[in-house]
Design a binder for this molecule. Sequence first.
Ligand code: DX5
Ligand code: ZN
Length: 223
Amino acid sequence: MKNNFPQLSVSILNSDMSNLTKTLNLLQKLDIKYVHLDVMDGNFVPNLTFGPAVIKSIRSKTKCILDTHLMIQSPQKTITQYFDAGCDIITFHYESLKESDIFKLIKLIKKHNKLVGISIKPPTSPTKIVKYLNYLDLVLVMTVSPGFGGQKIITSCIKKIQILKNLRDKKGYKYIISADGGINEKNVVEIIKKGCDLPVIGSAIFCSKDIDVKIKFLQSLIK
Ligand code: DX5
Ligand code: ZN
């Protein structure tokens, strides 16, 4: 799935949740292809957001690719609900399940014709996921500690993007590289230069005065 990158994946976490249809329509109008959905369970991360029921409603309102970021403990226990909800990309956290269950979960997600990603928290080295890279469609580098939108980027995480790009080039892997947390107009160009295909941006868009203008500006920066 290496086409037309870089692209923005817009995280709706800090958008007006009572007005999702309006937001989704705006994103589609502005030619946003990826909507990033942050699922939090109040356990793997301290915050609680939404789950499959809301995703199903979102699915019915948009043609965008649903880029689902599961920040939930033991995702293998509830994963089928995300297949049914209509997610397109399902990314789970390396740290959220036993190592011995990871290959099984990758296979299950693929069997349901979904794209599969693994995300790593700031303290986790990319070396931990090397054995899975050949099977992944996406790797998500967390550039903040997962749990909340609107945090400041942890700049030391950016080098992991380059490490993953070098590994992909060297070994011929196919995954796209995404990065998530604290990305804005000041750092997105650097992140893309390191090799990020799909920067996730939430609060820089939804906490701005004019969402429309901000998205267009970010799109112009990454082209
Ligand atoms: C953080 C989430 C992010 C967040 C986006 O746990 O995974 O996707 O919504 O980050 P900001 O708001 O920093 O752009
Ligand atoms: Zn996210």
